[in-house]
Ligand binder design. Structure first.
Ligand code: F6R
Length: 248
């Protein structure tokens, strides 16, 4: 699995945003849509900043862009501080010319009884859009991609999951205390993610170094969902020096 190590997160993010922008423009020239799978969290923030810069300064249009986010806490109001709807609006969608109807983020406000149907519809919407062209991923310290915590299999699909204790601890500051972090989330499955045509997994900082090494050099297993990327024909790992520290 090819890994590209950059001096810092900024350079790495500029590269990834450039790859995304190239495909958006190429598709636009052909009169076609570009379907992006997007992540939240601290890792992709500079990618979104660079996409916004390209929109403002270099005329990059998002009129032909369709997006599907990986996950959302459950339950979660869309206007809550920690909601991924709000995150995406603040970091990207409110700052570019994307069509609101082209944006898809798992809905943390639906009734629990509706979740299974909702997840099936989410998968169907991805398929109807033609599948994901470029999927952006971060990685959690548990090895999760999306919120596919240890135990998530290669065939898993969009569903309601229980968050790992490590993940809840890492989210504690966002929620002003671990006890306020939701215990569940809706996430695309590993199988859903692996169907993307091109995948970029980004990881920055020394805190990610052990899980990055385990995911890309360790055995492929359910205990680290990101390890399934080793089997993807078109996945790239994008690192800064610190996150690459434990690679052999
Ligand atoms: C977020 C997501 C998660 C994060 C991961 C890393 O949509 O799917 O897998 O990418 O938890 O989070 P950060 O980037 O905050 O370290």
């Amino acid at each position: 699995i090819p890994s590209h190590v950059f001096q810092n997160a900024k350079n790495a993010s500029t590269y990834v945003a450039g790859q995304i922008a190239d495909l958006i423009r190429q598709r636009s020239d052909a009169g076609e849509n570009c379907v992006l799978g997007l992540a939240t969290g601290s890792t992709p923030v500079s990618v979104y900043d660079e996409l916004v810069r390209l929109h403002e300064e270099e005329g990059l249009s998002f009129q032909n862009v369709v997006t599907f986010n990986l996950d959302e806490y459950f339950p979660m109001d869309s206007d809550a501080l920690q909601s991924y709807v709000r995150f995406m609006q603040e970091h990207l969608f409110d700052r570019v010319d994307i069509k609101p109807e082209n944006v898809h983020i798992p809905d943390g406000t639906i009734d629990e009884a509706e979740v299974a149907n909702y997840c099936r519809d989410y998968e169907q919407a991805i398929t109807s859009a033609g599948g994901i062209d470029i999927q952006i991923l971060g990685i959690g310290r548990t090895g999760h991609i999306g919120f596919n915590e240890p135990g998530s299999g290669r065939e898993s699909r969009t569903r309601l999951i229980t968050l790992d204790i490590v993940t809840r601890r890492d989210a504690a500051s966002d929620f002003f205390g671990e006890e306020y972090v939701p215990s569940r989330a809706i996430t695309m499955g590993v199988g859903t993610i692996l169907e993307a045509k091109q995948i970029y997994l980004l990881a920055f900082g020394e805190g990610k170094a052990p899980v990055v090494a385990a995911a890309i050099e360790g055995e492929i297993s359910k205990s680290i969902a990101a390890s399934f990327l080793q089997d993807h024909a078109n996945a790239k790992i994008i690192l800064d020096d610190a996150a690459a520290e434990q690679l052999t």
